[in-house]
Design a protein around this ligand. Structure first.
Ligand code: NAP
Length: 484
């Protein structure tokens, strides 16, 4: 079992109090590197979730909202607490997710950056008066908190994803009911421990519920007291939330799945492209929404690029994230491992060939460690081209012409992240404009940051997190005209 000063309470948190499941149910949390159960946490009931919504409602202040200064203090407090406890929060994250310790601790810093950004730009949410006077009135535009928000997060960034949502919700003055993924609830409990101890927020401003998605999701979708859901996770569940909230016309912010193209032209700096691809692809064990999923390489440089990738991949260490010098941890669970294996088998059976990594039959059983793998000769009928692999498999497909690769890049229902490597600035501008993706890195595999808006087009979602656009997600603009 995991021991940590930040996990002395292993329960939910409702209305400013640590709260167990009213029905006494629990579920196990595993360390994917060892297969061991490291904690038991409450599986909360429908009544618990209703109580969390009620607590949020009592903390909501519409007629005299919390001042910008008060909200800024909360954001700064969470930022400082995360930075101060980054080692321990990162260790907990590493143990329940599996990613290397340094990467896990880096994620805590990344999360703190969102609270920092919102604290520094919260002034943008202040009311303003329109300089033009339509209809002989002066108009004031207020940004009102939308109300109690349901925040639902995935397991792949246990602290990063909640930071994006919670920072903007608190900046707006919205109380929230938070549901972490069942694979990784402990990092969230640690965050609540920090908020409880170091940040003076009203009871009910932040509430934590854990347990069955069907139970928690039902209350959040059906309660008229929750006017907004902010969800990060799969497109499949995002679609269900659209349907389940349609009756009430709830506001939805959806950060969904990706199928990122990573395009390497023949004039690109191949070493830099290879370094960027490795950093992008293997972060979180390849289990990120922004990681390159289809690598399009110009046919003239495909062999050279494949060799550079193989040389880098063959030096990577796979193992328990707590061990020094590990580059790649385990996959999150057996279903995740089996999916990557199925994609590899399917590609090899349909004509792709292995550049680095192991044949599927040599992968072994009884563990979740998948070696970094590079294949070439990938075509659009293969699973790894059409679906999000979510693992350390690099599938290379060849192309000849610019228009052809823009069409190929867009040949997916997803539109989250994309990358183009070329030294021709005009071509980069053309390709970025043609790619229907919310993020397009030019000569970089870098992903979202607190300062820039990030989100998906098409089936990758609705709305933006980060940047000023993200800051405005949890407010409703209200125009108040005043006659002379
Ligand atoms: P998931 O299965 O969709 O689950 C995400 C969260 O939703 C979990 O907390 C899950 O709870 C909960 N959930 C499941 N069914 C629900 C329902 N009916 N009502 C309410 N909540 C429900 O996704 P995942 O496997 O955790 O995460 C991987 C996916 O997230 C990938 O597709 C990835 O691309 C995407 N992602 C997108 C972004 C982005 O910024 N666009 C960022 C990160 C990840 P349980 O854990 O209890 O099932």
């Amino acid at each position: 079992m995991i021991e940590s000063p930040l996990l002395d309470k292993l329960t939910g948190y409702i209305g400013g109090r640590w709260s167990d499941s009213s029905e006494g149910n629990t579920f196990d949390v595993y360390n994917p590197a060892t297969g061991e159960v490291i904690a038991k946490v409450p599986s909360m009931s429908e009544a618990d979730v209703v109580a969390a919504v009620e607590a949020g409602k009592s903390a909501l202040r519409l007629t005299s909202p919390y001042t910008l200064e008060t909200r800024r203090t909360w954001l700064e407090g969470i930022r400082d607490a995360l930075r101060e406890h980054k080692e321990e929060v990162g260790r907990i994250l590493c143990m329940e997710h599996g990613k290397p310790l340094k990467e896990a601790q880096g994620e805590v810093d990344y999360a703190a950056g969102f609270f920092d950004y919102c604290s520094k730009h919260i002034q943008a949410l202040d009311a303003h008066t329109l300089t033009e006077k339509p209809k002989d009135c002066t108009w004031t535009v207020h940004y009102r908190p939308i109300g109690v928000a349901g925040l639902i997060t995935p397991w792949n960034f246990p602290i990063g994803m909640i930071a994006k949502k919670l920072s903007a919700a608190l900046a707006a003055g919205c109380p929230s009911v938070i549901k972490p993924a069942s694979e990784t609830p402990l990092t969230m409990v640690a965050l609540f421990r920090l908020m409880d101890k170091y940040v003076d927020m009203p009871d009910g401003m932040v509430n934590l519920v854990m347990g069955k998605a069907s139970v928690i999701g039902k209350v959040l979708c059906e309660s008229p007291d929750v006017p907004m859901l902010s969800f990060t996770g799969s497109t499949e569940v995002g679609r269900k939330l659209v349907v389940d909230t349609a009756e009430q016309v709830k506001k939805l912010a959806l950060e969904l799945g990706g199928n990122a193209p990573f395009i390497v032209f023949d004039d690109a700096d191949l070493d830099s492209a290879a370094d960027n691809l490795i950093a992008n692809k293997f972060r979180g064990g390849g289990q990120t929404c922004v990681c390159a999923n289809r690598i399009f390489v110009h046919e003239k440089v495909a062999d050279a690029f494949g060799e550079k990738l193989a040389a880098r991949v063959n030096k990577m260490n796979v193992g328990n994230g707590l061990t020094e010098d590990v580059d790649l941890g385990p996959l999150i669970n057996q279903a995740g491992f089996d999916k990557v294996k199925r994609h590899l088998e399917d590609a090899l059976a349909n004509g792709a060939s292995l550049v680095a990594g192991k044949e599927p039959e040599d992968l072994g059983d009884g563990h979740l460690f998948f070696p970094p793998t590079v294949i070439t000769g990938v075509t659009r009928d293969m699973c790894c081209y059409r679906e999000e692999t979510f693992g350390p498999l690099v599938p290379m497909a060849l192309f000849r012409r610019e228009e052809e690769v823009i069409d190929a890049g867009n040949d997916t229902e997803f539109g989250l992240a994309s990358y183009v490597f070329t030294n021709d600035a005009e071509r980069a501008q053309r390709v970025a404009a043609g790619l229907r993706f919310g993020h397009c890195g030019w000569n970089t595999g870098t992903g979202p940051t607190p300062e820039a808006p990030f989100g998906g087009m098409k089936a990758s979602g609705i709305g933006r997190e980060g940047g000023l656009e993200g800051l405005f997600e949890f407010v409703e603009a209200q125009a108040v005209p005043r006659g002379f």
